[in-house]
Design a protein around this ligand. Sequence first.
Ligand SMILES: [Zn+2]
Length: 585
Amino acid sequence: MRNAETNAPPSGDSITVPLVPPQVTAQMPDIADLSARLRFCPSDGRIWLGDQRMLLIHLSALAGLRRELVNSLGVEAARGLFTRMGYASGCKDAEFARRIRPDDELNAFYVGPQMHALEGIVHAEPVRVEVDIDSGHYYGEFIWHSSSEVDAHIAAFGMSAEPVCWMQIGYASGYTSIFMGQPILHREVECRGTGSRQCRIVGKPVHEWDDPNPDLVYLQPDSLASLYRGAAPALARLDPAAPDARRQPGLVGVSSSFLAAYHLLQKVAPTDATVLFLGETGAGKEMFARTLHTSSKRADKPFVAINCAAIPENLIESELFGVERGAFTGAVQSRPGRFERAHGGTIFLDEIGTLNLPAQGKLLRVLQEREVERVGGTETRRVDVRVIAATNVDLRAEAKRGAFREDLFFRLNVFPVRIPPLRERRDDIPLLVRHFLLKYCERHGKPVSGITDRAMDRLVDYDFPGNVRELENIVERSVIMAPDDGSPIDVGHVFAFGDEVHAPFYGVAHDGSLIDSRRPPAPPAAPRPAGVIDEILSSDLPLEQLETRAIEAAVQRARGNLSEAARMLGLTRAQLAYRYRKMRG
Ligand SMILES: [Zn+2]
Protein backbone atom coordinates (compact mmCIF):
# COMPACT_ATOMS: atom_id res chain seq x y z
CA MET A 1 0.00 0.00 0.00
CA ARG A 2 2.89 2.31 -0.58
CA ASN A 3 2.20 5.10 -2.94
CA ALA A 4 3.40 8.59 -2.29
CA GLU A 5 2.76 9.91 -5.77
CA THR A 6 -0.97 9.96 -6.18
CA ASN A 7 -2.44 13.04 -4.80
CA ALA A 8 -5.76 13.10 -6.59
CA PRO A 9 -9.18 13.60 -4.97
CA PRO A 10 -11.03 10.36 -4.27
CA SER A 11 -13.50 10.74 -7.11
CA GLY A 12 -13.92 12.85 -10.17
CA ASP A 13 -16.17 15.44 -8.58
CA SER A 14 -15.21 18.99 -9.22
CA ILE A 15 -16.06 21.39 -6.45
CA THR A 16 -18.91 23.56 -7.60
CA VAL A 17 -18.79 27.00 -6.11
CA PRO A 18 -22.25 28.11 -5.01
CA LEU A 19 -23.59 31.48 -6.10
CA VAL A 20 -24.23 32.61 -2.55
CA PRO A 21 -21.57 35.09 -1.49
CA PRO A 22 -19.24 33.57 1.04
CA GLN A 23 -20.20 34.27 4.60
CA VAL A 24 -17.53 36.31 6.29
CA THR A 25 -15.67 33.67 8.21
CA ALA A 26 -15.15 35.21 11.56
CA GLN A 27 -12.67 33.89 14.05
CA MET A 28 -13.87 30.78 15.80
CA PRO A 29 -15.28 31.74 19.20
CA ASP A 30 -13.45 31.12 22.44
CA ILE A 31 -13.39 27.45 23.36
CA ALA A 32 -13.77 28.06 27.12
CA ASP A 33 -17.49 27.23 27.14
CA LEU A 34 -16.67 23.81 25.70
CA SER A 35 -13.57 23.02 27.75
CA ALA A 36 -15.55 23.88 30.88
CA ARG A 37 -17.79 20.92 30.05
CA LEU A 38 -14.88 18.48 29.93
CA ARG A 39 -14.53 16.88 33.35
CA PHE A 40 -12.21 14.20 34.60
CA CYS A 41 -13.47 12.07 37.45
CA PRO A 42 -10.53 9.77 38.30
CA SER A 43 -11.97 8.48 41.58
CA ASP A 44 -14.88 7.18 39.56
CA GLY A 45 -12.99 6.10 36.44
CA ARG A 46 -14.96 8.38 34.17
CA ILE A 47 -14.39 11.33 31.84
CA TRP A 48 -17.35 13.45 30.81
CA LEU A 49 -17.85 15.87 27.96
CA GLY A 50 -21.20 17.43 28.72
CA ASP A 51 -23.42 14.46 29.49
CA GLN A 52 -21.45 12.07 27.30
CA ARG A 53 -18.94 9.68 28.75
CA MET A 54 -15.61 9.92 26.91
CA LEU A 55 -12.41 7.88 26.71
CA LEU A 56 -8.78 8.81 26.74
CA ILE A 57 -7.21 6.02 24.71
CA HIS A 58 -3.82 5.50 23.14
CA LEU A 59 -3.61 6.53 19.52
CA SER A 60 -1.19 3.64 19.01
CA ALA A 61 -3.88 1.21 20.22
CA LEU A 62 -6.29 2.70 17.71
CA ALA A 63 -3.63 2.26 15.02
CA GLY A 64 -3.33 -1.40 16.02
CA LEU A 65 -7.08 -1.87 15.81
CA ARG A 66 -7.05 -0.23 12.41
CA ARG A 67 -4.37 -2.60 11.17
CA GLU A 68 -6.26 -5.64 12.43
CA LEU A 69 -9.54 -4.51 10.93
CA VAL A 70 -8.02 -3.74 7.54
CA ASN A 71 -6.17 -7.05 7.48
CA SER A 72 -9.14 -9.14 8.55
CA LEU A 73 -12.04 -7.35 6.86
CA GLY A 74 -10.36 -5.55 3.98
CA VAL A 75 -9.90 -1.82 3.40
CA GLU A 76 -13.47 -1.13 2.28
CA ALA A 77 -15.18 -2.74 5.25
CA ALA A 78 -12.71 -1.24 7.74
CA ARG A 79 -13.15 2.17 6.20
CA GLY A 80 -16.91 1.80 6.55
CA LEU A 81 -16.62 0.88 10.23
CA PHE A 82 -14.43 3.86 11.05
CA THR A 83 -16.55 6.25 8.99
CA ARG A 84 -19.71 5.21 10.81
CA MET A 85 -17.97 5.42 14.18
CA GLY A 86 -17.01 9.00 13.38
CA TYR A 87 -20.49 9.70 12.09
CA ALA A 88 -22.02 8.59 15.38
CA SER A 89 -19.62 10.83 17.35
CA GLY A 90 -20.43 13.78 15.12
CA CYS A 91 -24.17 13.28 15.67
CA LYS A 92 -23.65 13.30 19.45
CA ASP A 93 -21.62 16.50 19.35
CA ALA A 94 -24.20 18.21 17.14
CA GLU A 95 -26.92 17.65 19.74
CA PHE A 96 -24.59 19.28 22.23
CA ALA A 97 -23.83 22.24 19.94
CA ARG A 98 -27.37 23.51 19.71
CA ARG A 99 -27.73 23.48 23.47
CA ILE A 100 -24.44 25.12 24.34
CA ARG A 101 -24.54 28.03 21.88
CA PRO A 102 -28.20 28.64 21.20
CA ASP A 103 -27.85 32.28 20.17
CA ASP A 104 -25.57 32.37 17.16
CA GLU A 105 -25.89 29.90 14.30
CA LEU A 106 -22.33 30.16 13.03
CA ASN A 107 -20.80 30.05 16.50
CA ALA A 108 -22.97 27.05 17.31
CA PHE A 109 -21.72 25.37 14.14
CA TYR A 110 -18.11 25.92 15.18
CA VAL A 111 -18.75 23.73 18.23
CA GLY A 112 -18.13 20.78 15.87
CA PRO A 113 -14.63 21.67 14.67
CA GLN A 114 -13.74 22.94 18.14
CA MET A 115 -14.93 19.73 19.81
CA HIS A 116 -12.94 17.76 17.25
CA ALA A 117 -9.88 19.68 18.45
CA LEU A 118 -10.78 19.39 22.15
CA GLU A 119 -11.18 15.62 21.74
CA GLY A 120 -7.64 15.51 20.40
CA ILE A 121 -8.61 14.31 16.95
CA VAL A 122 -7.71 17.11 14.57
CA HIS A 123 -7.28 20.87 14.35
CA ALA A 124 -9.72 22.20 11.76
CA GLU A 125 -8.99 25.57 10.22
CA PRO A 126 -12.02 27.04 8.44
CA VAL A 127 -11.35 28.18 4.88
CA ARG A 128 -14.89 29.00 3.93
CA VAL A 129 -18.00 28.27 5.95
CA GLU A 130 -21.58 29.12 4.98
CA VAL A 131 -24.32 27.99 7.32
CA ASP A 132 -27.99 28.87 6.96
CA ILE A 133 -30.29 26.35 8.59
CA ASP A 134 -33.49 28.09 7.46
CA SER A 135 -32.69 28.00 3.75
CA GLY A 136 -30.82 24.69 4.10
CA HIS A 137 -27.70 26.19 2.60
CA TYR A 138 -24.41 24.71 3.70
CA TYR A 139 -20.95 24.92 2.28
CA GLY A 140 -17.91 24.09 4.35
CA GLU A 141 -14.26 23.96 3.49
CA PHE A 142 -11.64 23.25 6.13
CA ILE A 143 -7.95 22.50 6.29
CA TRP A 144 -7.12 19.78 8.77
CA HIS A 145 -3.84 20.12 10.62
CA SER A 146 -2.21 17.33 12.62
CA SER A 147 -4.84 14.71 11.83
CA SER A 148 -4.56 11.93 14.41
CA GLU A 149 -5.96 9.46 11.91
CA VAL A 150 -3.20 10.16 9.40
CA ASP A 151 -0.67 9.45 12.15
CA ALA A 152 -2.45 6.20 13.01
CA HIS A 153 -2.72 5.13 9.38
CA ILE A 154 0.88 5.92 8.51
CA ALA A 155 2.02 4.05 11.63
CA ALA A 156 0.06 1.00 10.50
CA PHE A 157 0.44 1.05 6.72
CA GLY A 158 2.68 3.87 5.53
CA MET A 159 1.49 6.16 2.75
CA SER A 160 -1.79 5.48 0.99
CA ALA A 161 -3.20 6.04 -2.47
CA GLU A 162 -6.56 7.18 -1.06
CA PRO A 163 -7.44 9.64 1.72
CA VAL A 164 -7.24 7.96 5.11
CA CYS A 165 -9.17 10.27 7.49
CA TRP A 166 -12.18 7.96 7.52
CA MET A 167 -13.44 8.51 11.05
CA GLN A 168 -12.88 12.26 10.84
CA ILE A 169 -14.76 12.62 7.57
CA GLY A 170 -17.58 10.55 9.09
CA TYR A 171 -17.61 12.91 12.05
CA ALA A 172 -17.83 15.98 9.80
CA SER A 173 -20.73 14.47 7.83
CA GLY A 174 -22.59 13.25 10.93
CA TYR A 175 -22.10 16.49 12.79
CA THR A 176 -23.24 18.67 9.92
CA SER A 177 -26.17 16.43 8.96
CA ILE A 178 -27.65 16.59 12.44
CA PHE A 179 -26.79 20.28 12.81
CA MET A 180 -28.40 21.22 9.48
CA GLY A 181 -31.24 18.71 9.76
CA GLN A 182 -30.51 17.28 6.31
CA PRO A 183 -27.97 14.84 4.87
CA ILE A 184 -24.64 16.61 4.32
CA LEU A 185 -21.67 14.83 2.81
CA HIS A 186 -18.06 15.81 3.42
CA ARG A 187 -15.28 14.60 1.19
CA GLU A 188 -11.57 14.72 1.76
CA VAL A 189 -10.12 16.30 -1.38
CA GLU A 190 -6.53 16.29 -0.11
CA CYS A 191 -5.04 14.08 2.58
CA ARG A 192 -1.67 14.16 4.27
CA GLY A 193 -1.92 10.37 4.31
CA THR A 194 -1.47 10.40 0.52
CA GLY A 195 1.53 12.70 0.63
CA SER A 196 -0.24 16.08 0.50
CA ARG A 197 1.04 18.80 2.77
CA GLN A 198 -2.22 18.80 4.73
CA CYS A 199 -5.75 17.42 4.64
CA ARG A 200 -8.53 19.48 3.11
CA ILE A 201 -12.24 18.71 3.24
CA VAL A 202 -15.28 20.06 1.45
CA GLY A 203 -18.87 19.55 2.54
CA LYS A 204 -22.21 20.13 0.80
CA PRO A 205 -25.75 18.76 0.98
CA VAL A 206 -25.83 15.27 -0.52
CA HIS A 207 -28.04 16.35 -3.43
CA GLU A 208 -25.53 19.01 -4.49
CA TRP A 209 -22.79 16.45 -5.14
CA ASP A 210 -22.81 15.08 -8.70
CA ASP A 211 -21.88 11.60 -7.54
CA PRO A 212 -22.19 11.14 -3.78
CA ASN A 213 -22.61 7.36 -3.78
CA PRO A 214 -18.97 6.23 -3.62
CA ASP A 215 -18.72 8.03 -0.26
CA LEU A 216 -22.24 7.36 1.00
CA VAL A 217 -21.61 3.65 0.78
CA TYR A 218 -19.33 3.90 3.82
CA LEU A 219 -22.25 5.20 5.86
CA GLN A 220 -24.30 2.08 5.15
CA PRO A 221 -24.23 -0.14 8.20
CA ASP A 222 -25.20 -3.19 6.14
CA SER A 223 -22.96 -5.09 3.81
CA LEU A 224 -21.58 -3.63 0.64
CA ALA A 225 -24.47 -5.36 -1.13
CA SER A 226 -26.59 -2.32 -0.36
CA LEU A 227 -24.26 -0.28 -2.56
CA TYR A 228 -25.76 2.65 -4.41
CA ARG A 229 -29.04 2.74 -2.62
CA GLY A 230 -30.68 6.08 -1.90
CA ALA A 231 -28.74 8.32 0.41
CA ALA A 232 -31.33 9.63 2.82
CA PRO A 233 -32.44 6.36 4.43
CA ALA A 234 -28.85 5.38 5.08
CA LEU A 235 -28.28 8.60 6.96
CA ALA A 236 -31.53 8.33 8.86
CA ARG A 237 -30.73 4.82 10.02
CA LEU A 238 -27.52 6.06 11.57
CA ASP A 239 -29.21 8.59 13.79
CA PRO A 240 -28.04 7.54 17.25
CA ALA A 241 -30.84 9.55 18.82
CA ALA A 242 -33.47 7.24 17.35
CA PRO A 243 -35.44 5.77 20.24
CA ASP A 244 -35.22 2.08 20.88
CA ALA A 245 -38.72 0.88 20.17
CA ARG A 246 -38.23 -2.49 21.84
CA ARG A 247 -37.84 -0.94 25.26
CA GLN A 248 -40.74 -1.28 27.66
CA PRO A 249 -42.23 1.92 28.96
CA GLY A 250 -41.08 2.66 32.49
CA LEU A 251 -37.60 1.19 32.29
CA VAL A 252 -35.21 3.85 31.08
CA GLY A 253 -31.54 3.30 30.34
CA VAL A 254 -28.83 2.78 27.77
CA SER A 255 -25.81 2.07 29.99
CA SER A 256 -24.11 -1.29 29.65
CA SER A 257 -24.86 -2.38 33.23
CA PHE A 258 -28.53 -1.47 32.82
CA LEU A 259 -28.75 -3.26 29.48
CA ALA A 260 -27.10 -6.36 30.96
CA ALA A 261 -29.85 -6.59 33.59
CA TYR A 262 -32.50 -5.79 31.01
CA HIS A 263 -31.19 -8.52 28.73
CA LEU A 264 -31.42 -11.11 31.54
CA LEU A 265 -34.96 -9.95 32.27
CA GLN A 266 -35.98 -10.44 28.64
CA LYS A 267 -34.44 -13.92 28.68
CA VAL A 268 -36.31 -15.11 31.75
CA ALA A 269 -39.61 -13.28 31.17
CA PRO A 270 -41.32 -15.87 28.91
CA THR A 271 -40.63 -18.71 31.39
CA ASP A 272 -42.30 -19.37 34.75
CA ALA A 273 -39.01 -19.39 36.61
CA THR A 274 -38.73 -17.72 40.01
CA VAL A 275 -36.65 -14.55 39.72
CA LEU A 276 -34.67 -12.89 42.51
CA PHE A 277 -33.76 -9.22 42.03
CA LEU A 278 -30.73 -8.05 43.99
CA GLY A 279 -29.95 -4.41 44.44
CA GLU A 280 -29.83 -1.39 46.66
CA THR A 281 -32.92 0.39 47.89
CA GLY A 282 -34.36 2.67 45.23
CA ALA A 283 -32.49 1.01 42.36
CA GLY A 284 -35.76 0.18 40.60
CA LYS A 285 -36.44 -3.42 41.61
CA GLU A 286 -40.23 -3.01 41.52
CA MET A 287 -40.04 -1.41 38.06
CA PHE A 288 -38.01 -4.37 36.86
CA ALA A 289 -40.53 -6.76 38.44
CA ARG A 290 -43.46 -5.02 36.74
CA THR A 291 -41.65 -5.10 33.40
CA LEU A 292 -40.91 -8.78 33.88
CA HIS A 293 -44.62 -9.39 34.48
CA THR A 294 -45.79 -7.35 31.48
CA SER A 295 -43.22 -9.12 29.26
CA SER A 296 -44.47 -12.54 30.35
CA LYS A 297 -47.40 -14.61 29.15
CA ARG A 298 -49.17 -13.68 32.40
CA ALA A 299 -49.28 -10.02 31.37
CA ASP A 300 -53.09 -9.83 31.31
CA LYS A 301 -53.38 -11.47 34.74
CA PRO A 302 -52.90 -9.73 38.11
CA PHE A 303 -49.57 -8.36 39.30
CA VAL A 304 -49.61 -8.21 43.10
CA ALA A 305 -46.74 -6.46 44.88
CA ILE A 306 -46.12 -6.63 48.60
CA ASN A 307 -43.33 -5.02 50.57
CA CYS A 308 -42.60 -7.52 53.33
CA ALA A 309 -40.81 -4.87 55.39
CA ALA A 310 -43.87 -2.61 55.46
CA ILE A 311 -46.25 -5.15 57.07
CA PRO A 312 -46.20 -5.75 60.85
CA GLU A 313 -44.64 -9.11 61.64
CA ASN A 314 -47.80 -10.53 63.24
CA LEU A 315 -49.88 -9.72 60.16
CA ILE A 316 -47.53 -10.87 57.41
CA GLU A 317 -48.88 -14.44 57.25
CA SER A 318 -52.51 -13.37 56.97
CA GLU A 319 -51.50 -10.76 54.35
CA LEU A 320 -49.68 -13.32 52.23
CA PHE A 321 -51.86 -16.39 52.65
CA GLY A 322 -55.27 -15.04 53.76
CA VAL A 323 -57.24 -15.48 56.94
CA GLU A 324 -60.40 -17.30 58.04
CA ARG A 325 -62.95 -15.51 60.17
CA GLY A 326 -62.24 -15.81 63.87
CA ALA A 327 -58.67 -17.01 63.40
CA PHE A 328 -57.56 -14.30 65.80
CA THR A 329 -59.03 -11.26 67.48
CA GLY A 330 -59.82 -8.75 64.79
CA ALA A 331 -60.26 -11.32 62.01
CA VAL A 332 -63.95 -10.46 61.72
CA GLN A 333 -64.31 -11.85 58.25
CA SER A 334 -62.54 -14.28 55.96
CA ARG A 335 -60.42 -12.79 53.19
CA PRO A 336 -57.97 -14.08 50.61
CA GLY A 337 -54.26 -13.33 50.87
CA ARG A 338 -52.01 -11.82 48.23
CA PHE A 339 -51.13 -15.24 46.81
CA GLU A 340 -54.76 -16.03 46.11
CA ARG A 341 -55.32 -12.59 44.60
CA ALA A 342 -52.33 -13.09 42.31
CA HIS A 343 -53.76 -16.38 40.99
CA GLY A 344 -52.86 -16.77 37.32
CA GLY A 345 -50.46 -13.85 37.49
CA THR A 346 -47.35 -12.76 39.36
CA ILE A 347 -46.61 -11.97 42.99
CA PHE A 348 -43.74 -9.64 43.81
CA LEU A 349 -42.27 -10.05 47.29
CA ASP A 350 -40.08 -7.02 47.96
CA GLU A 351 -37.56 -6.95 50.84
CA ILE A 352 -38.00 -10.68 51.31
CA GLY A 353 -35.04 -10.74 53.69
CA THR A 354 -37.26 -9.18 56.38
CA LEU A 355 -39.70 -12.13 56.54
CA ASN A 356 -39.73 -13.85 59.93
CA LEU A 357 -38.88 -17.54 60.13
CA PRO A 358 -42.47 -18.88 60.52
CA ALA A 359 -43.54 -16.93 57.43
CA GLN A 360 -40.48 -18.20 55.59
CA GLY A 361 -41.53 -21.77 56.38
CA LYS A 362 -45.03 -21.18 55.07
CA LEU A 363 -43.72 -19.48 51.96
CA LEU A 364 -41.42 -22.40 51.26
CA ARG A 365 -44.37 -24.79 51.48
CA VAL A 366 -46.39 -22.65 49.05
CA LEU A 367 -43.51 -22.63 46.59
CA GLN A 368 -43.16 -26.42 46.87
CA GLU A 369 -46.82 -27.47 46.92
CA ARG A 370 -48.29 -24.58 44.89
CA GLU A 371 -51.18 -24.34 47.34
CA VAL A 372 -52.03 -22.05 50.25
CA GLU A 373 -53.83 -22.52 53.50
CA ARG A 374 -55.39 -19.46 55.10
CA VAL A 375 -54.51 -18.57 58.68
CA GLY A 376 -57.02 -20.34 60.93
CA GLY A 377 -58.29 -22.48 58.06
CA THR A 378 -57.90 -26.11 57.10
CA GLU A 379 -58.83 -26.01 53.43
CA THR A 380 -55.98 -25.87 50.89
CA ARG A 381 -56.38 -23.81 47.72
CA ARG A 382 -54.34 -24.31 44.58
CA VAL A 383 -52.57 -21.19 43.37
CA ASP A 384 -50.88 -20.73 40.04
CA VAL A 385 -48.53 -17.85 40.76
CA ARG A 386 -45.16 -16.83 39.44
CA VAL A 387 -42.93 -15.59 42.24
CA ILE A 388 -40.58 -12.65 41.90
CA ALA A 389 -38.64 -11.67 45.00
CA ALA A 390 -36.26 -8.83 45.72
CA THR A 391 -33.77 -8.04 48.44
CA ASN A 392 -31.10 -5.53 49.30
CA VAL A 393 -29.40 -7.84 51.77
CA ASP A 394 -27.08 -10.76 51.12
CA LEU A 395 -29.49 -13.69 51.62
CA ARG A 396 -26.71 -16.25 51.43
CA ALA A 397 -24.97 -14.57 54.36
CA GLU A 398 -28.30 -14.30 56.19
CA ALA A 399 -28.82 -18.03 55.65
CA LYS A 400 -25.36 -18.77 57.02
CA ARG A 401 -26.08 -16.96 60.24
CA GLY A 402 -29.47 -18.65 60.56
CA ALA A 403 -31.69 -15.63 59.91
CA PHE A 404 -32.94 -16.91 56.58
CA ARG A 405 -33.91 -20.48 55.69
CA GLU A 406 -31.30 -21.94 53.39
CA ASP A 407 -33.81 -24.16 51.57
CA LEU A 408 -35.98 -21.10 50.85
CA PHE A 409 -32.93 -19.21 49.62
CA PHE A 410 -32.20 -21.95 47.09
CA ARG A 411 -35.85 -21.98 45.99
CA LEU A 412 -35.70 -18.23 45.34
CA ASN A 413 -32.22 -18.02 43.90
CA VAL A 414 -33.12 -19.82 40.66
CA PHE A 415 -32.49 -16.82 38.44
CA PRO A 416 -30.81 -13.94 40.27
CA VAL A 417 -30.65 -10.58 38.47
CA ARG A 418 -28.50 -7.81 39.88
CA ILE A 419 -29.90 -4.31 39.38
CA PRO A 420 -26.98 -1.87 39.32
CA PRO A 421 -27.06 1.19 41.59
CA LEU A 422 -27.43 4.49 39.76
CA ARG A 423 -23.82 5.53 40.40
CA GLU A 424 -22.75 2.52 38.30
CA ARG A 425 -24.94 3.63 35.41
CA ARG A 426 -24.34 7.37 35.32
CA ASP A 427 -24.77 7.36 31.55
CA ASP A 428 -28.47 6.85 32.22
CA ILE A 429 -28.87 9.94 34.40
CA PRO A 430 -29.60 12.40 31.55
CA LEU A 431 -32.20 10.02 30.09
CA LEU A 432 -33.85 9.48 33.47
CA VAL A 433 -33.87 13.21 34.20
CA ARG A 434 -35.69 13.94 30.94
CA HIS A 435 -38.09 11.07 31.59
CA PHE A 436 -38.99 12.32 35.08
CA LEU A 437 -39.10 15.97 33.93
CA LEU A 438 -41.83 15.15 31.43
CA LYS A 439 -43.70 13.13 34.03
CA TYR A 440 -43.66 15.77 36.76
CA CYS A 441 -44.12 18.84 34.56
CA GLU A 442 -47.32 17.21 33.39
CA ARG A 443 -48.39 16.11 36.86
CA HIS A 444 -47.80 19.53 38.43
CA GLY A 445 -48.97 21.53 35.40
CA LYS A 446 -45.65 23.38 35.15
CA PRO A 447 -44.32 24.65 31.81
CA VAL A 448 -40.70 23.74 32.51
CA SER A 449 -38.65 24.05 29.35
CA GLY A 450 -35.78 21.83 30.44
CA ILE A 451 -32.71 21.79 32.59
CA THR A 452 -29.53 23.82 32.31
CA ASP A 453 -26.31 22.05 31.40
CA ARG A 454 -24.82 23.19 34.70
CA ALA A 455 -27.59 21.51 36.67
CA MET A 456 -27.34 18.36 34.54
CA ASP A 457 -23.58 18.22 35.15
CA ARG A 458 -24.14 18.34 38.89
CA LEU A 459 -26.67 15.54 38.68
CA VAL A 460 -24.35 13.38 36.61
CA ASP A 461 -21.59 13.90 39.20
CA TYR A 462 -23.80 13.18 42.20
CA ASP A 463 -23.52 9.77 43.88
CA PHE A 464 -27.25 9.10 44.53
CA PRO A 465 -27.17 6.94 47.66
CA GLY A 466 -30.96 6.65 47.21
CA ASN A 467 -30.60 5.60 43.57
CA VAL A 468 -33.30 6.16 40.95
CA ARG A 469 -35.91 6.90 43.60
CA GLU A 470 -33.75 9.74 44.93
CA LEU A 471 -33.23 11.10 41.42
CA GLU A 472 -36.96 10.98 40.82
CA ASN A 473 -37.57 12.86 44.09
CA ILE A 474 -34.96 15.48 43.18
CA VAL A 475 -36.52 16.03 39.76
CA GLU A 476 -40.02 16.31 41.20
CA ARG A 477 -38.79 18.79 43.80
CA SER A 478 -36.95 20.78 41.10
CA VAL A 479 -40.10 20.99 39.02
CA ILE A 480 -41.98 22.37 42.00
CA MET A 481 -39.17 24.80 42.89
CA ALA A 482 -38.66 26.08 39.33
CA PRO A 483 -40.22 29.47 38.48
CA ASP A 484 -43.56 29.44 36.72
CA ASP A 485 -42.31 31.31 33.63
CA GLY A 486 -41.06 28.17 31.90
CA SER A 487 -37.38 28.93 32.42
CA PRO A 488 -35.16 25.88 32.77
CA ILE A 489 -34.32 24.14 36.02
CA ASP A 490 -30.98 25.29 37.41
CA VAL A 491 -28.53 24.12 40.06
CA GLY A 492 -30.33 25.99 42.82
CA HIS A 493 -33.56 24.09 42.19
CA VAL A 494 -31.84 20.72 41.96
CA PHE A 495 -29.89 20.79 45.20
CA ALA A 496 -32.02 23.12 47.24
CA PHE A 497 -31.66 21.27 50.51
CA GLY A 498 -27.90 20.93 50.71
CA ASP A 499 -27.91 17.17 50.25
CA GLU A 500 -25.26 17.19 47.61
CA VAL A 501 -22.21 14.95 47.94
CA HIS A 502 -19.97 14.69 44.95
CA ALA A 503 -17.19 12.52 43.74
CA PRO A 504 -14.20 14.78 43.10
CA PHE A 505 -13.55 15.60 39.49
CA TYR A 506 -11.22 17.73 37.47
CA GLY A 507 -11.96 20.29 34.82
CA VAL A 508 -9.74 21.92 32.24
CA ALA A 509 -8.29 25.36 32.98
CA HIS A 510 -7.81 27.94 30.29
CA ASP A 511 -4.18 26.96 29.80
CA GLY A 512 -5.14 23.28 29.35
CA SER A 513 -4.10 22.15 32.83
CA LEU A 514 -6.47 20.19 35.05
CA ILE A 515 -8.07 21.88 38.02
CA ASP A 516 -9.96 20.37 40.93
CA SER A 517 -13.53 21.36 40.27
CA ARG A 518 -14.47 21.66 43.92
CA ARG A 519 -11.95 24.39 44.57
CA PRO A 520 -12.38 27.87 43.17
CA PRO A 521 -9.98 28.45 40.27
CA ALA A 522 -6.57 29.46 41.53
CA PRO A 523 -5.83 33.14 40.99
CA PRO A 524 -2.94 33.85 38.64
CA ALA A 525 0.35 33.24 40.39
CA ALA A 526 1.34 36.60 41.83
CA PRO A 527 4.32 37.47 43.96
CA ARG A 528 3.48 37.21 47.63
CA PRO A 529 2.33 40.64 48.74
CA ALA A 530 4.90 42.36 50.90
CA GLY A 531 2.12 43.18 53.32
CA VAL A 532 1.85 39.60 54.55
CA ILE A 533 4.86 39.98 56.85
CA ASP A 534 3.55 43.31 58.15
CA GLU A 535 0.23 41.65 58.80
CA ILE A 536 1.78 38.82 60.77
CA LEU A 537 3.96 41.14 62.82
CA SER A 538 1.06 43.42 63.67
CA SER A 539 -1.28 40.54 64.51
CA ASP A 540 0.18 40.00 68.00
CA LEU A 541 0.02 36.24 67.43
CA PRO A 542 2.91 34.22 68.82
CA LEU A 543 4.85 32.39 66.11
CA GLU A 544 3.79 29.01 67.44
CA GLN A 545 0.11 29.91 67.13
CA LEU A 546 0.67 31.18 63.63
CA GLU A 547 2.05 27.80 62.70
CA THR A 548 -0.86 26.01 64.35
CA ARG A 549 -3.34 28.13 62.44
CA ALA A 550 -1.57 27.64 59.12
CA ILE A 551 -1.55 23.87 59.64
CA GLU A 552 -5.22 23.79 60.60
CA ALA A 553 -6.15 25.87 57.58
CA ALA A 554 -4.13 23.70 55.22
CA VAL A 555 -5.62 20.44 56.57
CA GLN A 556 -9.08 21.88 56.33
CA ARG A 557 -8.52 23.10 52.80
CA ALA A 558 -7.19 19.66 51.84
CA ARG A 559 -10.32 18.11 53.40
CA GLY A 560 -8.24 16.10 55.82
CA ASN A 561 -5.83 14.79 53.21
CA LEU A 562 -2.52 15.18 55.02
CA SER A 563 -0.34 14.61 51.95
CA GLU A 564 -2.08 17.41 50.12
CA ALA A 565 -1.95 19.71 53.14
CA ALA A 566 1.77 18.97 53.50
CA ARG A 567 2.34 20.01 49.89
CA MET A 568 0.61 23.34 50.55
CA LEU A 569 2.89 23.99 53.51
CA GLY A 570 6.09 22.82 51.88
CA LEU A 571 6.49 19.97 54.39
CA THR A 572 6.75 16.20 53.98
CA ARG A 573 3.72 14.24 55.01
CA ALA A 574 5.61 12.80 58.00
CA GLN A 575 6.67 16.26 59.18
CA LEU A 576 3.11 17.51 58.97
CA ALA A 577 1.64 14.42 60.62
CA TYR A 578 4.06 14.84 63.54
CA ARG A 579 3.20 18.52 64.07
CA TYR A 580 -0.49 17.90 63.56
CA ARG A 581 -0.53 15.13 66.16
CA LYS A 582 1.46 17.24 68.57
CA MET A 583 -0.79 20.26 68.34
CA ARG A 584 -3.95 18.20 68.76
CA GLY A 585 -2.46 16.86 71.98
ZN1 LIG B 1 -6.53 13.22 5.84
